[in-house]
Design a protein around this ligand. Sequence first.
Ligand code: FAD
Length: 337
Amino acid sequence: MPGEVDTDEYGDVWVFIEQHDGEAAKVSWELLAKGRKLADEKGERLVALVMGEDVTHLAEEAITRGADEVLVVEDPIFEPYVPGPYGEQFRILVEERKPDVVLIGGSHTGRDFAGRVAVPTYAGLTADCTELEIEPDTGLLLAKRPTFGGDAMATIKCVDHRPQMATVRPGVFDAAEPDPDREGTITDIECGVDEDDVHSRILDRVVGDITDITDAEVIVAGGFGTEGDFGPIEELAAVLDGEVAATREAVEEGWIEAARQVGQTGKTVKPDLYIAAGISGAIQHLEGMNDSKTIVAINDDPNAPIFDDADFGIVGDLFEILPQLTDAIRAHKEGEA
Ligand code: FAD
């Protein structure tokens, strides 16, 4: 079979440290924490890979967060991000150094270039995993992800090809606290990408809503039941110092930015409090929020499936209930002040 390899030649768990303007994407630290566990179970080293300009501080942070070694490739060709140079440099390193497992954030960036590594190296790439484990008998990566529109879970393993690659969306795993006493090696790598490999350039950047709802402790989410009026959702979110989120239905209607979509094809969130208003509770939405500590559902249909997953349910019209909640919380806060 093309690309079949001697799997014994491959070792180490790699994590790609995604960065923009010198700031690491949170998902990279989440993957590093997971990668540490996987590497320990396999008895292998954890290696982080950073590309960009002036990124040594990220290499140092990666060591405090669990990496044994950090490969650093610094060159202006990597800024700002375009997929060609990232994919090409990653491919070169994979072919030279033969990692066993490669983890990449399932962000726009990670999804964009992961295939550019997997295809030329014939690697097995499982996208949007929600769990990663090591098979005890074989040491193979078990990459788990929802399938059939979220109705079933698939476990995918890659037996004959290397590396075993997986992407994981932000918010699925928890990051570890940095340990400033941890020690590791930083290895500078010469950039192997030629200007001729760059086929696209960023001419202009327009930044839309880039709020990261995955960090929010309180989320008030609205669905199709809002009929496009997110006013009551925004007011409740404001009084609770929370973030506004939405279902795919609301995003597709153009009522709210895609950055705020929760679910299988949106963000995975785990706030302390998730208030779902006018949301039916489709499996694809639940997948992105059912690890929230407390779920409150407001729906005028007593049979809406969201109530099965909610800790507290209110049957009624969101346009009546949300303003009452907002007023009550505001009054309570003013009473405390
Ligand atoms: P609806 O299902 O239409 O529900 C609206 C709810 O509002 C109803 O329960 C209704 O009773 C209630 N309601 C109406 N008026 C009021 C009122 N005045 N007061 C109170 N309640 C009211 N969906 C996501 O959210 N995120 C995803 O990431 C996602 N990914 C998907 C991926 C795939 C491959 C597929 C096939 C689907 C995906 N979906 C996703 C879509 C998902 O299947 C549902 O269609 C969607 O979540 C439904 O959104 P909703 O709950 O806003 O709308």
